[in-house]
Design a binder for this molecule. Structure first.
Ligand code: DQA
Length: 161
């Protein structure tokens, strides 16, 4: 019985859409880091909210944070063929990383770019996004709520096929 249930659970999960949520450098410091700009919520709290909302929407959500460009590139490469959509806040790498852009460009699944702050309202060097022209959609300036908007928006994109 236990095995049977296990198999059922596995096959149910196999029908779930899988979404990868990527956080770039310094986002592990959320809550402590410039709270006037980035808010008081920790990354663990944001991730918990995403997992909860994902479960409500019938999604399997995986979150991953790294301070290393190569680790983010590796994770994006692994996403090919294993997830149906990606939400990414590349943080400072937004403005500099050709490597992350190239990795995302290899994916044939929708990618949503999200920023806690409104990057266009800030210093000029933050106005450039290396990925803006290759993502399906962008969200900025809603704080941590933007991650939930990104997740829900991604589902709408996936529904349209
Ligand atoms: C950020 C904006 C970036 O300019 C900055 O380097 C970050 C966070 C945001 O979420 O507002 O680390 O991506």
């Amino acid at each position: 019985m236990e095995n049977g249930e296990g198999v059922k659970a596995m096959s149910d999960r196999s029908h779930q859409k899988r979404i990868l949520i990527l956080h770039g450098p310094n986002l592990n410091m959320l809550g402590k880091r410039e709270p006037d700009i980035y808010g008081h919520e920790s990354l663990a709290e944001i991730d918990a909210g995403l997992l909860k909302r994902g479960a409500e929407l019938g999604l399997e959500v995986e979150t991953f944070q790294s301070n290393y460009e190569g680790a983010l590139v590796d994770k994006i490469q692994q996403a090919a063929g294993t997830v149906q959509g990606v939400v990414i806040n590349p943080a400072a790498y937004t403005h500099t990383s050709v490597a992350i852009r190239d990795a995302l460009a290899m994916l044939d699944i929708p990618v949503v770019e999200i920023h806690l702050s409104n990057i266009n309202k800030r210093e000029p060097f933050r106005h450039t996004s290396m990925i803006a022209d290759i993502v399906a959609a962008r969200i900025a300036g809603f704080g941590s709520y933007g991650y939930l908007l990104a997740l829900e928006g991604l589902i709408e994109i996936l529904k349209k096929g």
